[in-house]
Write a protein that binds this ligand. Structure first.
Ligand SMILES: Cc1cc2nc3c(=O)[nH]c(=O)nc-3n(C[C@H](O)[C@H](O)[C@H](O)COP(=O)(O)O)c2cc1C
Length: 369
């Protein structure tokens, strides 16, 4: 497997700081499977306001997922989702500083098409584009359009993604024609112009939770979103990922997601959590498990994300007053040796404004801007 370099990027983590960003509310319902959570509609207007606020308050990145089928249920969770890259290109044109990371599922796109789309996004954003690369894991999402490869299992989909990523990278970095005769990906004197503005290439992240997903990140990306049932498990995963990357001569950042539920006091935040828990969408949850292959046993075992969603939260949550949230974030980052956090809110506008008042300044003071 060809190993890529680890270039220098214009991010706080490059100089010992931490990278903070948001997961764009691109799909309806956000990350709380509850009928009593604020109604995130996933509209362009909602995302536009979130992106502008993220830029205004000084966050480092905004990232959106690629999603083509939701989980239904009472909430119709994620049944409505904008296209990741079309959205991010529009937001790139309206922002100046924040990094713009979009997701591509390797199963759906030819790598030469994606190389050009990201190069285009890099021009639109004046050198702020990044790529979240995912193989695609949820059968129904792809089978509905006739592109689920029945003969390609979980690990083989990552092998495919590895060749795919090599093709994209070479098209970005090499002058002239590129030929690649892979098992899955073929380039035949392929030309891709323009090149991205960022040299040698834009930032690449991945989000695999399995061992194979971690190996893919070690050899192909600059950062990995990790999960875990608790801080201890996340620490083990984070350290292992970094050590394995180092042994392979690479630098791999680790990031995690966190849903921030901020109240004036801890009690107020807990009361908000109770309201969300009361409206837990069990039907949407069952459908999500099925989509993740847990019920139909494609992956075969429950992972930390599906286990957590039993509580209604599709990512780890931190609830409390500003003071508690700062303390918990610092604890999580320090214990886990994370390089950054991607934040999620029950209500993005209110959440980002509260974050800016008394959480983000404390985190910047602690970790540097
Ligand atoms: C932060 C984050 C973002 C993700 N974004 C997407 C996405 O946009 N589209 C998608 O199909 N899967 C997405 N996934 C799923 C992962 O790519 C991956 O398939 C999943 O975490 C299971 O890990 P595994 O593939 O190593 O088994 C995301 C996961 C995480 C944690």
């Amino acid at each position: 497997m060809p190993t890529i370099s680890s270039p220098v990027f214009d991010l706080p983590s490059e100089s010992g700081g931490k990278d903070f960003g948001i997961f764009m509310p691109i799909a309806n319902g956000g990350w709380i499977l509850s009928t009593t959570a604020p109604k995130i509609d996933g509209s362009y207007e909602y995302n536009r306001r979130a992106a502008l606020l993220a830029e205004e308050i000084g966050l480092d990145f905004i990232m959106s997922m690629a999603k083509f089928r939701g989980y239904g249920g009472v909430n119709h969770q994620w049944d409505v989702a904008l296209d990741s890259t079309v959205l991010m290109s529009a937001l790139a044109a309206q922002t100046k500083r924040v990094k713009i990371w979009t997701t591509f599922q390797t199963l759906l796109h030819n790598p030469a098409v994606v190389a050009k789309m990201i190069a285009t996004l890099d021009q639109v954003s004046n050198g702020r584009a990044g790529l979240n690369v995912v193989p695609g894991a949820f059968r129904d999402e792809f089978a509905q359009m006739g592109v689920w490869p029945e003969t390609l299992g979980h690990d083989a989909r990552y092998d495919y993604a590895g060749e795919w990523m090599e093709a994209v990278r070479r098209l970005w970095e090499e002058d002239g024609e590129v030929t690649l005769d892979g098992k899955y990906v073929k380039l035949d004197h392929c030309i891709s112009e323009p090149k991205p503005l960022q040299k040698p290439r834009p930032f690449i992240v991945a989000a695999g939770q399995s061992e194979k997903g971690m190996d893919f990140a070690i050899h192909n990306t600059d950062a990995l979103f990790i999960g875990g049932r608790d801080d201890a498990e996340m620490r083990t995963i984070s350290r292992r990922a970094k050590e394995k990357a180092k042994a392979a001569g690479r630098r791999l950042r680790t990031y995690a997601m966190a849903i921030i539920v901020q109240g004036e006091t801890d009690a107020e935040a807990e009361a908000m959590m109770d309201v969300f828990r009361d409206g837990f969408d069990a039907e949407g949850f069952r459908n999500m498990l099925r989509a993740y292959g847990v019920i139909d046993a494609e992956i075969g075992k429950e992972n930390a994300m599906t286990a957590r969603a039993r509580t209604g939260f599709m990512a780890p949550h931190i609830a409390g007053s500003a003071e508690t949230i700062v303390k918990r974030i610092e604890q999580a980052i320090d214990d886990t040796d994370l390089d950054g956090l991607m934040l999620i809110f029950p209500d993005y506008e209110a959440g980002l404004k509260k974050l800016a008042q008394n959480v983000l300044p404390a985190l910047r003071a602690r970790y540097g801007a």
